[in-house]
Every structure is written in C-alpha cells, then in structure tokens.
Design a binder for this molecule. Structure first.
Ligand code: GDP
Ligand code: IMO
Ligand code: MG
Length: 436
C-alpha cells in the first residue's frame, strides 16, 4: 500500500480541509505533515462549519466510519491552541483521544515564539511578511538550530529546566528587540496557561509516528497525507522570502512523516478556479479593481484564522505548472468554481513578460521582491467566456455547461494533468467526482 497526498498548489486556502474530509471515507489514516496553527482548514457538512488548525481534517471520517488521525513530526504544535481546538471538538461529543495520535518528534511552539514572531515582523518594517503571528518562523528556526523542544520531551524529568533555558534565551532576544516581556503579568499568565496545556497534551497518545505510518502501510492500511499552506508558500520553492517556514510540497510529506519517496502513491494537487494570497509578497495576477473585490465578496475571501482580507486575482497557470512540477501532482482538484458563475469573462494567465521583454512560461527566480507584491512579471492572459450558470446544484460532470468544461480542458492541456474532482460549493456534498 502507498500513501497518497493532498496539498495546495497555490498560496494556501485552496480548500484542502473540505477535500481531505471528502476523501477521508476511503482511508484508514489521515496525517498532517507540516505547518502548525497558521493553517485554517474549513469543513462544512450537515449545516455546520468547523475550522481546524492543528488537528487533521480526517477526524469526521468524511461522514463514514471512524479513522485514525496523526499529527506528524513535521508539524509545529502550540499546546494552548491545540487544547482549545481539541476541547471544542470534545464538547461536541467527538472522542478525540481515541482517534488522534501525535508524533513525539513534532516541535512545540513556546509562548516566547509567538512574541518573537511579532518582534521579527516589526524589525522588517515595510518589508514584513505578514505572518499569521502564531510563532511558526521562530519555532522552525529553533528546530533547525537544534535547540527546539519536542512533544516527546514533555515526558522527560528535566522538561521544566530545558524549557527555562530556551525561554531565557528568547527573553534576551525580545529585550534586545525592544519588546521585553519578562516578568509582565501577561507573560507570567501565558506561561502558566502553556504548562496547563502541556498537562492536557499528556492525555493523548504520543507516538513514534514514523513507525506507525510505515507499519500501517505494511499492513495494507491506506493513508492520506494532509498538507497545510501551499506550494507557492514553500520555504525553498515559494515566493521567498514571502513564504512560510516549512516544506509544503510533496517532499515535505516524506520528511514530515518519515515516508520514503517510493512509498508515495497519488498526489492530489488542489487549486482554486482563480487565485488568492493572504499576507505580503508577489502575486502577478492580483486584481486591484472591482473584479478583485467581486471575487473576494462572492468567494468570502477572508482568512479562516486571522480574518484578514485575502488578495484576489485570476488563475495563474505559470505558477500552477511550476507547482505541479515540484509536487509531481498526479490528479488536479479544482475548487470554488461556483464563485465565477456570474462573470462575463474569465482570464487565465499563461505566461509572464519579464522586465527585459522576454516572455516565459517558466516561473522565474523572482516574481517580485517587495512586500506590496508589485510584480516584476507582467501576466499575459487568455480570455474565456463565462458560463453564466449556477453550478452549485450540479453533481455530474457531464451536466456542467460547455463553457465551464472548455475552461477545465484548457487548464488540463496547459498543465498536463487531469482534473479529477471539481468543487462547486463549501459543503461536503457540493462536490463532483470525475476520476479519483
Ligand atoms: P484550506 O486552508 O485549504 O483548507 O482552505 P480554507 O478553509 O482556508 O479556505 C477555503 C474556503 O472556501 C472555506 O471557507 C471553505 O468553506 C470554502 N470553500 C471550499 N470549497 C468551496 C467551493 O467549491 N465553493 C465555495 N464557494 N466555497 C468553498
Ligand atoms: P492554510 O493551511 C494562507 C501565509 C501568511 C504569510 C506567510 C507566512 O489554511 O492554507 P507564517 O505565519 O506561516 O509564518 O506566515 O504564509 N500563510 C498562509 N496563507 N493559508 C495558510 O494556511 C497560511 N499559513 C501561512 O499569511 O503570508
Ligand atoms: Mg486556510
């Protein structure tokens, strides 16, 4: 048995939560492999809406039988946010402790990490990244600097002392940055809350998840690996430095779960019928006009975690092709198709014109290098007539309007991978499966 992966091909918020939930029915295990509570994955079914941040989107089993969910070693976990999220689900009657396992090798987000995130952003001034403020960058920094605290460490006797040593070095950094917090009531309370949340975390099954997932595959159990963020936010291949601090790509599922490349099966690459981005950085097809505002309004394009306005623009096939190449996507999943229902014309970017006049269809070294995202790339568009049809009630691909199918065919031809599933609304049922 091989592990399949579902990951974002754009700048995040493609609809990963919805589709992991839809696909979960066919899997025994769902495993998150990177990111942390910077993620906000939305699931809608039975008239209810859930936003998951650290907990995998397989906890409802797609409405089928109960399945196992894993928070992998590549994830960074904030015990306080995790406890709040878990308790809210437990209050709804979900037996989370019975279905969720957490890697001992996942790194812990400390109270100081979130404050360092804010200090780093302040120091960057107008070139700030626009992070989610959840301490993601500083936590991964400590991981790579080989001084991080891991979930498994909470089981050791010297956990308190190790915590204090790291906390003290962070406090010095905050002091030097002109944002001292040592001794403040706010910080003392935050630390107490953090240790209370660590106690709550001890109630969960803390495991060597690399052994668990590999044995699960050996025993013919199926696994779906759930990505967070998106390929264009990958720390190596995204629009650096306006990226997150983890590998969001297919390779990230290997390192974030301990799966060898040969154990990977299908790679479901998910994208919106248009593009959005939240935070700073280049976005070549961004629309600053009425059309962008219309997409935002119809698509409810506001951050699931921070409530920030998402920047909106047309579908960018240069970036999409690049993401498909980096991820080796075998199947495409197109989301939020219904948002474009009423548009007279729909534009798709097929190439960029660079400042020296050359035209390229390969994503360049830099697509713009300032926080405002002013592109050094001028998008070249192909125009499509809108389908002017309400898609949300349609469940069969053949019944979709021809103009919509032409749009899909064009994307498939340009990117070279088939669209296996089309989403026409936020609800679990508003889904058209072609060939998974
Ligand atoms: P994720 O981070 O990739 O899981 O995506 P988010 O949950 O942050 O953002 C996707 C948003 O679009 C959520 O509010 C979903 O409920 C919503 N959504 C997902 N699929 C569709 C769709 O096909 N149509 C519409 N209109 N909304 C969708
Ligand atoms: P999901 O999983 C969209 C963006 C932030 C910022 C940059 C770095 O819901 O798709 P960070 O806090 O990670 O250091 O911020 O990455 N970002 C996301 N954008 N969806 C996400 O997650 C994101 N997680 C981080 O806005 O630009
Ligand atoms: Mg999201």
């Amino acid at each position: 048995m091989k592990a399949d992966i579902l990951l974002g091909l754009q700048w995040g918020d493609e609809g990963k939560g919805k589709i992991v939930d839809v696909l979960a029915r066919d899997y025994d295990v769902v495993a998150r492999f990177q990111g942390g509570p910077n993620a906000g994955h939305t699931l809608e079914f039975d008239g209810r809406k859930h936003v998951l941040r650290s907990i995998p989107s397989g906890i409802f089993g797609g409405g089928g039988s109960t399945i196992t969910n894993i928070i992998g070693n590549g994830v960074v976990l904030d015990p306080v946010l995790f406890r709040d999220e878990a308790q809210a689900l437990e209050a709804e009657g979900i037996d989370l402790r019975g279905i969720l396992k957490i890697s001992k090798k996942a790194h812990l987000i400390l109270p100081t990490h979130r404050r360092l995130d804010a200090a780093n952003e302040r120091a960057k001034g107008s070139s700030k990244i626009g992070t989610t403020g959840k301490g993601i960058g500083p936590t991964y920094t400590d991981k790579v600097a080989r001084r991080g605290l891991r979930v498994g460490d909470i089981l050791s006797d010297d956990f308190g002392a190790r915590y204090s040593a790291i906390r003290d070095s962070h406090l010095e950094q905050l002091e030097a940055a002109g944002m001292p917090v040592a001794g403040t009531k706010d910080f003392v309370d935050a630390e107490q809350d953090w240790f209370d949340a660590i106690d709550y975390l001890r109630n969960f099954d803390l495991i060597d998840s690399e052994h668990y997932v590999n044995k699960a595959l050996d025993n013919n159990n199926s696994i779906l690996c759930e990505g967070a963020q998106g390929t264009m936010l990958d720390v190596d291949f995204g629009s650096y430095p306006y990226v997150t601090s983890s590998n969001t790509i297919t390779a990230g599922a290997c390192t974030g779960l301990g799966l060898a490349p040969g154990r990977i099966g299908k790679v479901y690459g998910i994208f919106k019928a248009y593009c959005t981005r939240v935070g700073s950085g280049p976005f070549p097809t961004e629309l600053f006009d009425e059309t962008g505002a219309t997409i935002r309004a119809i698509g409810h394009e506001y951050g699931a975690v921070t409530g920030r306005e998402r920047r909106c623009g047309w579908l960018d096939l240069v970036a999409l092709r690049y993401a498909v190449m980096i991820d080796g996507a075998t199947h495409l999943i197109m989301m939020k198709s219904d948002v474009l229902d009423d548009f007279d014309e729909i534009m798709v970017c097929t190439a960029y014109q660079l400042p020296d006049g050359t035209v390229t269809s390969d994503f360049p070294y830099s697509a713009g290098d300032n926080a405002e995202g002013a592109g050094v790339c001028e998008p070249i568009y192909t125009k499509f007539p809108g389908w002017k049809t309400k898609l949300s009630g349609i469940r069969n691909y053949d019944e979709l309007p021809q103009a919509f199918k032409d749009y899909v065919s064009f994307i498939e031809k340009e990117v070279g991978v088939p669209v296996a599933l089309v989403s026409v609304g936020p609800d679990r049922t508003e889904t058209i499966v072609r060939s998974l």
